[in-house]
Structures are given as C-alpha cells and as structure tokens.
Ligand binder design. Structure first.
Ligand code: SAH
Length: 453
C-alpha cells in the first residue's frame, strides 16, 4: 500500500476530530468527511507505520446517519467537521466523546454516557463572525474563511452558522474598498490595510456591531461606509480595531469609535449584558441559556451562599447566579471584560457582585492567603487548557460544598476532575450542551460535591 492507491473502506468508528475510521488489510485509516456506517472509496494521502490518511473520493454505500451538507464549502472549510452527519448522530458522537475522555483521561470507569442538550434549530446560531479579508489571484478583494489547516482565504460571505446580515455587511465593505482603492492586508508581506471584519449581533436585542480590523488607523471615506452600514436594521456600533502586529490574534488593543456605541447589549434570561469587542461572550446565546440554567441547577443555591465565578468574562454566569446567592465574586484576566462585568451588575441593579481583574491562579491564592476568602460554591469556566494547578489547589483549600465546572474541552475537564476527586470531591452529574452544532466541539457542565470527611 502506498500514497495515491485507491482503497475501499467500511467506516466503523469516529475519531476525536470527527473523521471516519476504517480498517484495510490491518491498517487503520482516517478519512475526513466519512461517516460511521459508510462504505467509501478513498485515496491514500499519507502512510505511517501502521495507520494512514485517505481522502474521501466516493461514497459507495451511505450510512443511515449520513446527511446532505447544507453548505457548499463544508469540505474545504475548517469550520464544520460534521456537516455530513445528521444532527442526532452528532449529539450521540458528542456524548460518547465526553464519556471517552472521562473514562480514559479521568479514570472514571463507571461514567455513563451523559445527556446532551441539543438545539431545536441548529443553524444560524452564531452571534459572532470574524471574516478574514484578502486579495485573490486576480487582484480582487475577497472575504470569507480560511481553508482547513491554512491561511488561504476561500471567498464565501454566506455562512449557515452566522446571521443573515453578515452577507450584506461584507458586500458593502467590499464594494467600498473597491470604490476607494482600499487594500486588503497580506500576511506574507505585512502590507495592506484591512485584515478582518468582526461582526456581532445581540440575538435578543437585535443590535449589530461591525468592527474593521486594520493594519493602520485610517480608512478612506469611513463616514460614507458608516452611513451605508447604518442602513442595516439593528446597526448600533461601528468601530476600527488597530492591529499592526504580525500575529494570528485578530483584534488589536486600540479601538477607534467610528459611529454609535462602542459595545452592543444582549440579554440572557432576564439579565442584560453589555459586550465590548475585546470581551469574550458565548457565541450561541440559545444554548448558553440552557447551559447556565443547568449550572444554576447544579449550584443549588438557597439564597445565602458565597459564590466564586472564576474565568467570568463579562460576568455572564456571575450575574445569572447573583439573584439566587448571598454574594458573588468574579475573576477574569481581560480588564475590558471586568469593566463590562461591573457595568453589567449596575445596569441590572445587582449589588451583591464584585469583580477582580487578573489571573484566577494568582488572584484566588492571594486573596485566600491575605484575606481568608471563603466559598460555598465555586463555578469555573476556563479556556480550552483548563484550570491552572494553582487555581485548583486553592479551590480545594477553600473547601466549597459544590464545584460547578463548565468546560469547552472535555479532555482537560477530565484531567481536572481527576485531580479534584483525589482531593475529597466526587462527580455527581455531567451534562453536555451542544453549543456548536456541525462542529466536533461540545460544552460540558459537571457538578462536584465535597465528600463528608
Ligand atoms: N464565564 C464566561 C467566560 C468564559 S470563557 C462566560 O460564560 O461568558 C473563559 C474566560 O476566561 C475568558 O473571558 C478569558 O478571557 C478568561 N481567562 C483566560 N485565562 C484566564 C486566567 N488565567 N484567569 C482568569 N481568566 C482567564
């Protein structure tokens, strides 16, 4: 067997990144876009010692779980890995992924497959989109998305995960750039002006924000563009973000207001949130509400508790819990997000929430040593790499009755739960929440309670 050979495979399993897995003459092959139950014809792209990668050439016999991708770019784009799989099958895959991580990495051998909170209508769920802007081979301005594992821009202004306004906004910006000879940024040379367009929408309020990410500060006839964008219903905020660095980080630190507010507002449940461009805000508000309600149920608040919310962003969970708790404290590393959190407490008339800017692994130990802070419940919602050991150690020292762990990576969740269970806690519940339909990603919320001494 060698590169470019054609093989026939029955797909029997699914990998952690959503790829189909089949066996041929004792070798395991990974095939992107193949679904468990398919019989496919594949072309070998790469051979290793006892496994290989094949490209899906033809589906000879489709799996019952195979669906027709809605998006014409599904296979080229790095965004949706599971568009060939029907929605129920995706949910089952995600439940199994969480279970596998908890068993393999966490050592929870009796862990059952968790319940997954799915979406009724799993399209157009993203409230945020970041489109890279570039120039094609013919010198035309293009906006779209990066092809898998590359920074080649595939022109596409219509993404089925994003809001319908994205298309109109990108069209207006592209036409404006053509009219005024405004250049797109080139990553290789570091020249050119427009790098990205960031669009955010408040799903409940309908408010829209457009942020032009520029390799510079000046944008020709910006008033004219603003005037045109204001014609789109819901537009409340137009900004420039200055990013002159040679980096993959999309937004720069300097923001220049062009028109309207410098933030948008949105609501989850009965709480109103104000969101700045630099602040993290969950991208799927419909599912976020379900996730937070599960977190609230796990927190089991009676009204007097002291709650810590680590990695709190703009205070979304903190404020969601504040009305049911005695006192809530949030910790967040991005100073702009902490300002948003403070403002958000004010807007909602919530007086029992306080926020600290800094790293959870530094702020929490310091406050514990210096002020002897305590907690009845600790909620954590860290980025993919999970909690820092110093944060986990202090959490254990604080001896909260309950820990509610929200995670966007079940592998690091499993690692951290293993640690906490070695330090006197036990896992009492695990629920998955499908925040990102058609992708391999899944959010998990777990409840730990302190074992009686
Ligand atoms: N709980 C919030 C945000 C979760 S995302 C919500 O549901 O909206 C994770 C957050 O952790 C981000 O806001 C990120 O800025 C923040 N963060 C990342 N590393 C951190 C650290 N070491 N200490 C504190 N916050 C951190």
């Amino acid at each position: 067997m060698k590169k470019n050979d054609t093989i026939t495979l029955k797909i029997e399993d699914i990998g952690i990144n959503g790829e189909g897995i089949g066996k041929f003459e004792g070798f395991t092959f990974f095939v992107k876009d193949a679904v468990v139950g398919d019989v496919i014809e594949g072309k070998i792209m790469k051979m290793k010692k006892n496994y290989g990668y094949a490209r899906l050439m033809q589906v000879l016999s489709p799996s019952p779980a195979r669906g027709t991708p809605r998006c014409a770019y599904a296979r080229q784009c790095g965004g949706c890995q599971l568009q060939a799989m029907d929605y129920e099958a995706q949910l089952a895959f995600k439940a199994k992924k969480i279970q596998d991580h908890l068993v393999r990495i966490g050592g929870f051998s009796h862990m059952e497959r968790p319940q997954i909170l799915g979406m009724d209508e799993p399209w157009r769920y993203r409230n945020k989109a970041q489109f890279p802007v570039g120039t094609d081979g013919d010198g035309r301005i293009v906006a779209g998305f990066y092809a898998v594992h590359s920074h080649r821009i595939i022109p596409c202004e219509e993404c089925w995960l994003g809001v319908e306004e994205n298309k109109t906004i990108l069209y207006k910006i592209r036409k404006h750039m053509e009219k005024h000879g405004i250049t797109a940024y080139n990553e290789t040379t570091g020249r050119g002006l427009v790098r990205h367009v960031l669009i955010r929408k408040g799903f409940v309020t309908g408010e829209l924000m457009v942020c032009l990410v520029l390799n510079g500060r000046k944008f020709a006839a910006v008033e004219e563009l603003a005037e045109s964008l204001r014609g789109i219903s819901g537009m409340t905020s137009i900004l420039i973000s200055v990013n002159r660095e040679n980096t993959n980080v999309i937004l720069g630190r300097e923001l220049i207001p062009v028109w309207g507010q410098t933030y948008i507002t949105d609501q989850i449940g009965d709480i109103t949130y104000r969101i700045s461009p630099l602040s993290f805000y969950q991208v799927n508000p419909v599912q976020t509400r379900k996730l937070y309600e599960k977190a609230l149920e796990y927190a089991d608040l009676k009204g007097e508790e002291t709650v810590w919310d680590l990695y709190c962003g703009i205070g979304t969970i903190s404020l969601f819990l504040a009305r049911k708790a005695g006192q809530v404290y949030g910790v967040e590393i991005v100073p702009e997000a902490v300002e948003d959190a403070q403002k958000n407490a004010q807007i909602n008339g919530i007086e029992n929430a306080r926020f600290f800017a800094g790293k959870a692994e530094e702020v929490l130990p310091r406050l514990y040593e210096e002020e002897g802070i305590r907690a009845d419940v600790i909620v954590v919602d860290p980025p993919r790499k999970g909690c820092d050991p110093a944060a986990l150690q202090t959490m254990v020292k604080m001896r909260p009755e309950r820990i509610v762990y929200i995670s966007c990576d079940s592998a690091t969740l499993a690692r951290d739960l293993k640690y906490l269970c070695g330090e006197g806690y036990e896992v009492m519940g695990v629920t998955g929440c499908d925040m990102f339909p058609w992708t391999v990603h899944v959010e998990t919320v777990a409840l730990l309670t302190r074992k009686a001494p």
